[in-house]
Design a protein around this ligand. Structure first.
Ligand code: ZN
Length: 156
């Protein structure tokens, strides 16, 4: 396993699916504090969403920007070595995410995709969630959009 650099490896470790990452805990704490009740990683739902609020028919995915390829985000970097390997890996991840989310939407779930770069900011910046969760008009959200990216980071 020494083929990946230290930097890449630590990002890999931080992105193991289903672990209780810090951004994930932050979202859960905020929701819980305001009386929202949820389930975590239910096995029977496609992609085992990180946080599920059955009462609001809502699934929340908290996505690592590197691993899940946040569009236009400066954290969605491309490793300098083994480029083809990484590209294939990334494509798989993005395809899987899209498939899972489409399936949930088809089953009548709402889907919020929250990227870690947004959640790492102060709590005040994610309190919009408290209004968005009960808002049935919001079927699908991806937040934040990668507006903080520089042109050099853009990749597609
Ligand atoms: Zn991002």
């Amino acid at each position: 396993m020494d083929v990946v650099s230290k930097e890449v490896r630590s990002r890999m470790m931080a992105n193991i699916r289903g672990s209780n990452t810090i951004p994930e805990i932050k979202v859960r704490k905020l929701l819980h504090k305001h009386g929202f009740r949820y389930r975590l990683h239910p096995r029977e739902l496609p992609g085992r969403p990180d946080v599920v609020l059955p009462r609001y028919r809502l699934c929340i995915f908290i996505q690592g920007c590197f691993w899940h390829r946040h569009p236009g985000c400066r954290y969605a970097t491309n490793p300098k070595s083994r480029e083809e390997f990484w590209q294939a890996k990334f494509e798989q991840n993005v395809e899987r995410d899209t498939r899972n989310m489409n399936e949930l939407l088809q089953q009548g779930w709402r889907v919020f995709e929250l990227w870690e770069c947004g959640i790492r900011k102060p709590e005040a910046e994610i309190t919009w969630l408290l209004e968005a969760v009960p808002n049935a008009d919001l079927q699908k959200i991806s937040w934040p959009t990668g507006s903080s990216a520089t042109p050099d980071d853009r990749n597609s």
